[in-house]
Ligand binder design. Structure first.
Ligand code: AMP
Ligand code: GLY
Length: 423
């Protein structure tokens, strides 16, 4: 079978790396991909949100399965586009249709869904510019810190947590009346602050059945000790040591099953990954967010821990036969450390020559913001490489990654030296 992966990050390289090991794979394409994906498949110079270009590529390369890496094309309705097209309707798409992608595309939609299906989450209310005054009153009724969330997609920047009431009011006004996050903040969800430790769980579902994937924890802040600006993620570990069997059973019973059943009851088809962003409060799970795709860099630790043939699982998803499949994992832990461009997540330079990837031993390098130029690999984004290792536990895995990070260099390279510090 010929397969196309849409996206260009470490997540897509990890999926490509895994699919490349499947006996069911014929040709693998990645659009647009990076220098790493070019080593395991053929990159196509196409943007995932350019549906017409994607269509031409699918037809001309005889592709029968498409995996959508990032959220944007899903929220824009790429799966619906395939279903509505005579020539594409039989192509399997891993990634939900537009309606279900609202679980990530609209915070309010996600909150309403959770309340309706009694899935534990923070209390909330949502406001628009017309109800700004009510928003102020609601903020006054809460205790600090205050959590403000732009309803729509805001490239991971749409959540503000403020300690002072007046600042929260000012920011609410900025978001609603002055469009701080553009259209994404035309509506704002204000919610109760939850104090706990975060982790993520993932499933692959065909809308009826699902398989649990390994859980993970990522490190979103740029600075050590979880300080500074939010990034896409600076590292991750899997499995999460504090997620006990008992806790994970609660997650399954209170969160995962009600989500799958809720989608069925609401007649919302879902085919693809569901990412449950959770927070553990007094040993109870609460949902912070849903994503309609895999996480990055979580994928770089989740995928290497899957022993089963991932393409076989994708095909079963497309055929709504996931109930006939069992998923097997490796016992080892995995950890990944992200190497980023100096300055990221603010302005940074591209085009720096990356040295040392060939010297890596006992780790896997998943490439993110990289490109090929004159037979060299150069930086081409904020997050550049994810160095993943296996180990008996996450500390052992991290040690290997950090040893290998020493061998890699590019001008102004930055990384966090304390992944897993809180565990
Ligand atoms: P989200 O985009 O909804 O995942 O929010 C981004 C980050 O904000 C989360 O990863 C949490 O660290 C934090 N956050 C979101 N909602 C809450 C909440 N209700 N209480 C505490 N922290 C939160
Ligand atoms: N690492 C967080 C995310 O992918 O949303």
């Amino acid at each position: 079978m010929n397969v196309l992966i849409l996206g260009s990050g470490g997540r897509e390289h990890a999926i490509a790396w895994k699919l490349n090991q499947s006996n069911l794979l014929n040709k693998l394409f990645i659009a647009p991909g990076n220098a790493g994906t070019a080593e395991v498949g053929r990159n196509l110079n196409i943007q995932p949100t350019d549906f017409n270009e994607v269509k031409q590529a699918v037809i001309s390369n005889n592709i029968s399965l498409v995996i959508v890496g990032p959220e944007d094309p899903l929220v824009l309705g790429i799966h619906d586009y395939f279903l509505a097209d005579e020539m594409l309707k039989d192509v399997m798409v891993i990634g939900p249709q537009k309606k279900a992608a609202q679980l990530e595309g609209s915070k309010e939609f996600a909150k309403k869904f959770m309340i309706k299906h009694q899935i534990p989450t923070a209390k909330y209310k949502s406001f628009t510019a017309d109800s700004l005054a009510e928003g102020y009153t609601f903020l006054e009724s809460l205790n600090a810190p205050y959590v403000l969330k732009a309803d729509g997609l805001a490239a991971g920047k749409g959540v503000l947590i403020l300690k002072i009431l007046q600042e929260a009011k000012n920011e609410l006004k900025e978001m609603l009346s002055n469009q701080k996050f553009g259209k994404a903040s035309a509506k704002v969800v204000i919610e109760e602050f939850l104090d706990g430790i975060e982790l993520s769980c993932f499933v692959l579902t065909d809308g009826i059945n699902y398989v649990n994937l390994p859980n993970a924890k990522d490190y979103k802040r740029i600075g050590e000790g979880d300080t500074g600006l939010n990034t896409g993620g600076m590292g991750a570990i899997s499995p999460v040591p504090f997620a006990s069997k008992e806790f994970l059973e609660k997650v399954e019973k209170q969160v995962i099953i009600p989500t799958i059943e809720g989608l069925k009851k609401d007649e919302i088809p879902y085919q693809g990954f569901i990412f449950f962003g959770l927070i553990m409060v007094n040993n109870e799970p609460k949902v912070i967010e849903y994503n309609c795709r895999m996480g990055d860099p979580e994928t770089e630790v989740v995928i290497p821990r899957i022993k089963s043939d991932l393409l076989e699982l994708f095909i079963a998803t497309g055929e709504h036969k996931l109930n006939t499949k069992k998923i097997e994992f490796y016992k080892e832990s995995a950890a990944t450390v992200m190497l980023v461009s100096g300055g990221y997540p603010e302005a940074y330079e591209k085009g720096k020559i990356i040295k040392g990837i060939d010297a890596i031993e006992n780790s896997i390098v998943f490439q993110a913001g990289t490109a090929n130029k004159n037979d060299k690999i150069i930086t081409n984004g904020g997050r550049v490489l994810a160095v993943t290792s296996y180990g008996e536990n996450f500390k052992d895995a991290l040690k290997k990654s950090y040893q290998n990070v020493e061998k890699i260099s590019f001008e102004k390279m930055n990384f966090r030296k304390d992944i897993g510090f809180d565990l």
